[in-house]
Design a protein around this ligand. Sequence first.
Ligand code: GDP
Ligand code: MN
Length: 354
Amino acid sequence: ITPPAIPLDQPFYTGCQTPPRNTSARANAVLVMLARNSEVEGAVASVKSVQKQFNDAFGYPWVFLNDKAWSEKFKEKFEVIPKEMWTYPSWIDQNRAQQSMHDMQNRHIQYGGKESYHHMCRFQSGFFFDHPALTPYQYYWRVEPNIRFTCAITYDPFHEMAHHAKKYAYTIALWERGATVPSLFRKLSDYKASHQLPTSPLWTAMLDPSWMPWPLRRALSVLPNRDSGGDLWNMCHFWSNFEIADLGFFRSVAYRDLFAFLDRDGGFYYERWGDAAVHSLAAAMLLQPHEIHRFADWGYVHDGLQVCPEKGGEGEEEEGGCRCECKKGARVVEPVSRILSRKRRALSSVISHS
Ligand code: GDP
Ligand code: MN
């Protein structure tokens, strides 16, 4: 495969701006956190970080979602998720679902045996944007408990996304764990073919083998994650615990139809499809590269992984953040763009020596 020429997305700004730039023209946007009652402390830490680094100056509203009634400890705006958004659809074969979860548990697939996690992934894939608390808004920023932003965010990302016609934005792209999504890619590529959807350059990029380290490639080749032409998904996906999106993308007929197709298949339960893989492959299928933004100038930490555009810091060539303080000890995730150039070199040397 010849990797497609995807122009690299530039930061909206580099360095510090004088906030607030746009409070008068504030976007129709909301900060959204899904959390469990047990996560109060992590939720508070996340809110503090977002408020300090960004929202004290911009004043966007928050919505907090839970599938259970909120405990007294949570103080802001609490919303309960309607039952029908957090349960099995009627057509799921309960025996098969229980058996699959049991098997995934035995195979140590992370969260594979946890029923609530499957409901969560399905909710985040197909329902959150229709939650009544979010219907007034066009943009949303997803915040998870126990995240941290390590640079000051001194401009309004919602405003910039609108201005640049961006539909989806991320900070970290990673490889998905293949065992959680064995049949997802094949099903989506068949869907794409049967609906005669055009091939976006992003979709082609998802097939670029040079994005995939060799051992991973070998391990994955046993899964049915090839399209009918034999090409393998390189497992690249956006880490969706942070994302800023134009909710119009998720509310579009094209996305809804695609989600309905996946939901009908049952892979949210028979496998452990994550919303990150679903959002990413849907974006790759339905969006153009210029509609996707990477916040290369933001520092973000979650679960021991981070990106950090600190000058002279571990983020190396990534600069342009404002007042960054990277977290010591968290693993630095390389941007795919950099992995790509390194892997391509490695790849060509492997080929030329074999
Ligand atoms: P990971 O990021 O995939 O490792 O999983 P997390 O444990 O961080 O869960 C992802 C998100 O879903 C977080 O916002 C959690 O608070 C939320 N979440 C997961 N399971 C549940 C659940 O059963 N109920 C609620 N209300 N939120 C959940
Ligand atoms: Mn998480």
